[in-house]
Ligand binder design. Structure first.
Ligand SMILES: Cc1ncc(COP(=O)(O)O)c(C=O)c1O
Length: 497
């Protein structure tokens, strides 16, 4: 019994010791797990390098940018059925997260419902045809902005313009061969829309001068904002003077002079896509708007070299929402006056925008003359749209489009097919004197030729918008053209009447 009892006590002691050991080691193990967990949740403070190996989430030693990056990637990952997008600053739904913002003619929480017989909206020049390009180049074009990025009014060199961005812009023009930059000053603005008045101001006589105000003119059809903006700011320095037709005739008689005229020229033109030069000549000043002078919209015969030129990121990369444009100006004093204007009105283009534009410029430059060239992508997209539209409209006797010939392009070093930003539509029938109305009855929203001072027989159709917008436009134009054969049949009723 004793032996048996003694053996039992020994066994009990051994069991107690083993249990204590197990408890001790599991407590140590737990502590180790807790410690490791604690340290790994503050990775950048303790293990910035080790994290690369440990964290499978791909933090790569990053800390404060991670949450923002995760949020940006999370919204980008929502597909919205390919017919919409989620934006970080979108309206929050019941779950507190922004939902899908559907393209026109699509609806539903995931944009999967297509609205039948939807009206095609081909009014604005919203350059969303480039959205797929930037999705393909998401990494190269992403920008991380810290909370303390350039909080100052000025950049570090005490100006309002990023020196590095200006350098990249000059590099891009030179690489594309669409403008001579060496003898030009660069002036940034909040979109080229702001440059319209900045440049008119810069070229006008000083408000204290005895000379009469400058007359601002353009040749029809012209981009209407030259007129609306000049008329809005109309004052002592300058007035809207109407179309060049009136003044060109006047300047042909011996006494008239072109002194005191500022002529807006758009090349290629909005709305008809033709390359134009100034018509007044003589001592008139010209502001040449080259918003579309890039190889996705036009052939580039030679680098532009006018005294005052305007460009915009909106039609170059498609980032219209960033509001960024620039002028290339030969004369130092004119450039200074334009800069003064921008400084007085907005204290320089947004520093956040300039940072984003720097990334976009670099991404475009890095891909020039490769398979991922933005101009190859853009030209392909716009050329395909133009071909499709022409194929349908060529069957019509009711509407026609402007004629554009293939031309040699110095950038592509070959003859390139036309790829205009806009179709300039003419209604051919007597009874369709208001072409805008005629197309509206066919469920197509356009921009009337009246705005371009070209009369109501013409209307502009934007080809720049999203793929969805263009597909709906093609459906409605096809319906319109197909309906013509019923119009021609005796006793039929037209969809346009
Ligand atoms: C000829 C022309 N100039 C200027 C602009 C304005 O561009 P931004 O977006 O830079 O203000 C446009 C926009 O459609 C345009 O067509």
């Amino acid at each position: 019994m004793e032996v048996t009892e003694g053996g039992g006590q020994q066994q009990a002691r051994r069991r107690r010791a083993t249990a204590t050991l197990v408890l001790l080691s599991s407590s140590l193990l737990l502590n180790a797990v807790f410690l490791a967990h604690h340290l790994l949740w503050q990775p950048s403070r303790f293990f910035p390098v080790i994290l690369d190996d440990v964290d499978e989430g791909g933090s790569c030693g990053l800390s404060w940018s991670l949450q923002a990056a995760r949020e940006a990637e999370a919204v980008a990952a929502v597909g919205c059925s390919g017919h919409g997008q989620v934006f970080l600053d979108g309206v929050a739904g019941e779950d507190g997260r922004p939902g899908c913002q559907c393209n026109a003619c699509f609806a539903g929480p995931d944009c999967s419902l297509q609205k039948l017989d939807c009206t095609a909206d081909a009014d604005s020049g919203n350059p969303l045809f480039l959205d797929p390009y930037w999705r393909r180049h998401a990494a190269a074009s992403a920008v991380v902005v810290s909370g303390w990025h350039r909080m100052s009014y000025t950049t570090s060199d005490a100006t309002f313009q990023s020196v590095e961005l200006e350098r990249q812009i000059r590099l891009l023009h030179t690489a594309v061969g669409n403008a001579v930059v060496d003898d030009k000053h660069v002036v940034f603005a909040a979109g080229s829309v702001q440059l319209i008045n900045a440049l008119v101001h810069a070229l006008s006589p000083d408000a204290n001068d005895a000379s009469p105000p400058a007359r601002v003119v353009a040749t029809a059809p012209y981009y209407p904002t030259y007129r609306t903006q000049t008329a809005m700011f109309d004052g002592r320095e300058y007035v809207w003077g109407g179309t060049t037709a009136r003044w060109a005739n006047a300047s042909r008689n011996s006494t008239a002079t072109t002194d005191g005229y500022i002529e807006f020229v758009t090349s290629p033109n909005n709305p008809d896509a033709k390359l134009y030069g100034p018509v007044l000549g003589g001592s008139a000043a010209a502001i040449v708007d080259h918003a579309y002078y890039w190889p996705h919209f036009t052939h580039i015969p030679a680098p532009a070299d006018e005294d005052v030129m305007m460009f915009t990121i909106s039609k170059l990369s498609g980032h219209a929402g960033s509001r960024f444009g620039w002028a290339l100006i030969r004369d130092e004093n004119v450039a200074k006056r334009a800069k003064d204007y921008v400084q007085n009105s907005i204290m320089g283009a947004s520093r956040d925008t300039q940072l984003r534009m720097l990334g976009i410029m670099k991404a475009m430059l890095a891909n020039l003359h490769t398979e991922e060239d933005i101009f190859v992508f853009g030209h392909d997209a716009m050329r395909t749209r133009w071909l499709k539209l022409n194929a349908v409209v060529s069957r019509s006797r009711r509407i026609s489009l402007q004629k554009i010939q293939p031309q040699y392009c110095t950038y592509f070093q070959r003859i390139r097919e036309p790829s205009p930003a806009y179709a300039w539509v003419k209604c051919e029938r007597e009874e369709d004197g208001n072409c805008y109305d005629a197309l509206l009855k066919a469920n197509i929203i356009t921009r009337s030729g009246v705005y371009f001072e070209a009369g109501s027989r013409y209307t502009r159709v934007s080809l720049l918008k999203s793929d969805d917008d263009f597909d709906v436009l093609m459906e409605r134009v096809t319906d319109l053209v197909n309906a013509e054969k019923y119009d021609d049949a005796p006793g039929s009723s037209s969809m346009l009447r």
